[in-house]
Each structure stands twice: as structure tokens, then as C-alpha cells.
Ligand binder design. Structure first.
Ligand code: URA
Length: 436
């Protein structure tokens, strides 16, 4: 049998690993037989030489098996989750999980926090007074069984090998590898005890994947590896060349997401939520196709059952369920100031990265993992791509902790808007669908 160091040279020289080799590398890393610098060397070899589908699945399984798999066998039904690769204004999960659960598909969801210019579901949920994401595994299981959905944070026990490997990738220029990203995402998601997964792969300036070809390659890799691992799976490629919806910031985004459950909300956000819900309902086997699934989801919104599921989930997680109907119960910023258009015209472009970074600067996000977020602050867009404005009309409201904060970011927020005399339509939200 090859030694662990010989396995590094196999990948360095461009060979595919044999069955079990990657498992040995990951378990050797966990057991301290492979040092950080040796794992880093392997990561660079894998980055440069690639991993095929079988190797990527073995890496996924090995990282998954480095921790616990949350076992949900006592929850009846096909359990389905959604994972988004992250973007600006992406608050979809907060509406999607209760919506899909209200249609009879259990949604166990382990979510993340915001880092960099993209927000995280946990930070948004924690804007709800009292809401707790640090539940025990027993409570998580009970709430999924009783309510249909529960949204918690990643525990130390979930895929610990990924956590250590990601930290090495972050400082060795090996993050942007499609097989390594695939294994990293899937090892964490498959640890939730799900039967199927819908992926929202964001594409554009506000996303991790800036261009369609790379995003498509990632989506195909995620779908192929999850399917090979025996899971139901599909992926939507969705536009992140503009922010999603009209709000950026935790309490503001939570309010916007909850409004969807009352049948309100900006068209792009509603479309993203319903398109993902439809995929989940088909994989969850409660609808024969996406058209029927959308009708079912719309019915549950109209009947109030989706909003009721959200109230029950929030109450079960120690939060104030009255926020579902009364968003004024969410924390509010002490300063709210409009920024206005200097000229008349159509908004033809909105830079999501600039707006996401402005949100971080206000305190809605973090630049280091240990930072705390301010749930109150953020941006509310009064105009989006396609809106016609006159000089002096409000483009965006800044919700801030102080006037000084608004003064500091106002020029950059305004610079994120491009106005022109000619209107330009925004392209479709869902760019492609990739199924197994
Ligand atoms: N998100 C992850 O969880 N892992 C990656 O490697 C990249 C994005």
C-alpha cells in the first residue's frame, strides 16, 4: 500500500487516486498522521491536477464521515434542503423553509453566517427577538418532526475535516477549485440527514462565481456528485449581477422575506423563492412537476399555511412569532436617511458588490469571523434596475447607527447606481436549470 506521502506524489504527477486513497488522506489528516503542510501540498496538487467525479465523491464522503451525520429517520417524508452559494440580498431561505414545509416536505436546514460582502441566514434569523440557532440535535430533530422545518447553525461536530481544510485553502490560494468546493459544500449539507438537495448557484458580480461558464461547471459538479451519492438533486443558476430584492441588512431582509409568506415582495425575490420551492417540492415527491409544484406553493401562501408554519418554527426556536405579521417588532436603526438621485433617468445598473460592502461597513456583515453584526442597519432600495426617477427622488434609504455612518458611505452607495436616459431591462432571474 502506498504511503501518505506517495499519495501526494500521485496527485502531483496528475494520476487519479485509487479507491480508498482519499479516505486514507482525510482520516490520516484527522489522526495527525498528515500535517497541515502536507495537506496543503495535496490541496495544491488537487487544485492544479483536478479530481474526477469518483474522487470528488470520495472526498465528500470522507469529510462527511469526519463528523456526525444528523440522523432524521424518525421524520416521515422525503427531507429536502436548499443551499445557496451566496449573494447580496439573498434572504430566500427564511421564506422558503416554512413555505416548503407547509406543503408537506420536511426541511432540515443547517445554515451559515455572513462573511465578506454576502449575508448569512443565521444572522438574519437572529434579528428576530429571542430566536435561537444553537439548539441541541434532539431539539432540531423534534422541531423538524413537529413543525416541518428547523434552521440551526453548523455545529463543531459537522464535517470537522472541511473546517480545517477550508482554513488551509483560504491561505494557500486553493479555494477556487470546483472539485474542492463541491466536496466542501456537499459534505456539510449531506450531514443534515437529507434525502435531496436543491442548489442555488449564484452568478454575477455579487457572487462567488462571476461568470456563467464557471457557475455552470460548479452546478454540474455538485449535481453529479450528489446524485452519485444517492441523493435527489437539482441546481438553478440564478442572477447575482444585481442584489436580490430591495433590502440588504439583517432585520430589513428578514422582514422582506417574511412578507413573501403574505403574498407580497419584489418580483425577483418572489420568483427566486417560488422557483426553488418548486424544485424542492418535486424532489420531495409532493408534486409531479414544477408547474404543479408552483401552484401548490402559491396555494399555501394564499391560505396562510406558509405564514403559520413560519410562526410555529419561530416560536419553537424561542423567537417572537408576532414578527411574521408585524415587522415593526424587529430591531430598527436609530437613523434612517434617504439618498437622492442627482439627475433624472432610468436606473440601468446596480452594483451588488458595492452595496454588499456598504452593508458590511454599516455593520450588517463582517470581515472577520469573530465580529458581531448590528441587526438594525442596512439599505432599502427605493429604485432598482428599470425604475424611472426624477432628480431629487429617493434612490435608497440608509438605515444606520449614526449620522456619521451615513455620511461615510453615502458617496459609495450612490456610486453603485448607474442612471441613463434609455431604459435597459434586467435579464431573467433563473438563467439555467441543471438536473441529475
Ligand atoms: N462554500 C463552502 O462551503 N466551501 C467552499 O469551498 C466554497 C464555498
Amino acid at each position: 500500500m502506498a504511503t501518505l506521502v506517495e499519495l501526494l506524489s500521485h496527485k502531483r504527477d496528475g494520476h487519479a487516486h485509487g479507491e480508498g486513497d482519499i479516505r486514507r488522506l482525510i482520516s490520516g489528516f484527522g489522526a495527525g498522521e498528515l500535517a497541515d503542510y502536507q495537506m496543503s501540498a495535496w490541496l495544491m496538487a488537487a487544485y492544479l491536477r483536478g479530481l474526477d467525479e469518483r474522487e470528488t465523491l470520495e472526498l465528500t464522503d470522507a469529510m462527511l464521515e469526519s463528523g456526525v451525520v444528523l440522523e432524521l429517520d424518525d421524520v416521515p417524508g422525503t427531507k429536502v434542503d436548499k443551499h445557496s452559494t451566496g449573494g447580496v440580498g439573498d434572504k430566500v431561505s427564511i421564506a422558503l423553509a416554512p413555505l416548503v414545509a407547509s406543503c408537506g416536505v420536511p426541511v432540515p436546514m443547517v445554515s451559515g453566517r455572513g462573511l465578506g460582502h454576502t449575508g448569512g441566514t443565521l444572522d438574519k434569523l437572529e434579528a428576530i427577538p429571542g430566536f435561537r440557532v444553537d439548539l441541541s440535535i434532539d431539539d432540531y430533530r423534534r422541531i423538524v418532526r413537529e413543525v416541518g422545518t428547523c434552521m440551526i447553525g453548523q455545529t463543531k461536530e459537522i464535517a470537522p475535516a472541511d473546517k480545517r481544510i477550508y482554513a488551509l485553502r483560504d491561505v494557500t490560494a486553493t479555494v477556487e477549485s470546483i472539485p474542492l468546493i463541491t466536496a466542501s459544500i456537499l459534505s456539510k449539507k449531506l450531514a443534515e440527514g437529507i434525502d435531496a438537495l436543491v442548489l442555488d448557484v449564484k452568478v454575477g458580480r455579487g457572487a462567488f462565481m462571476k461568470d456563467l461558464d464557471r457557475a455552470r461547471a460548479l452546478a454540474k459538479s455538485l449535481v453529479a456528485v450528489a446524485a452519485r451519492g444517492g441523493k435527489g438533486v437539482s441546481a438553478l443558476l440564478t442572477d447575482m449581477d444585481h442584489p436580490l430584492g430591495l433590502t440588504i441588512g439583517n432585520a430589513l431582509e428578514t422582514a422582506e422575506a417574511l412578507a413573501i409568506l403574505h403574498g407580497r415582495g419584489p418580483a425577483d425575490l418572489v420568483e427566486c423563492t417560488l422557483a426553488l420551492a418548486a424544485e424542492m417540492l418535486v424532489l420531495g415527491k409532493v408534486a409531479p412537476d414544477v408547474a404543479a409544484a408552483r401552484v401548490l406553493a402559491e396555494k399555501k401562501i394564499a391560505s396562510g399555511e406558509a405564514a403559520e408554519t413560519a410562526r410555529r418554527m419561530i416560536a419553537a426556536q424561542h423567537g417572537d412569532p408576532r414578527v411574521v405579521d408585524d415587522p415593526s417588532r424587529l430591531p430598527r436603526a436609530p437613523v434612517v436617511r434617504p439618498l437622492v438621485a442627482a439627475r433624472s433617468g432610468y436606473v440601468v445598473d446596480l452594483d451588488p458588490l458595492a452595496l454588499g460592502l456598504a452593508g458590511v461597513e454599516l455593520g450588517a456583515g463582517r470581515t472577520r469571523a469573530e465580529q458581531k453584526v448590528d441587526p438594525r442597519v442596512g439599505l432599502v432600495l427605493a429604485a432598482t434596475v428599470g425604475t424611472r426617477v426624477s432628480a431629487g427622488d429617493t434612490l435608497v434609504e440608509v438605515h444606520a447607527a449614526s449620522d456619521a455612518q451615513v455620511d461615510a458611505i453615502a458617496p459609495r452607495v450612490l456610486a453603485a447606481f448607474t442612471l441613463d436616459d434609455q431604459s435597459r431591462a434586467r435579464g431573467p432571474l433563473v438563467l439555467e436549470t441543471i438536473r441529475a
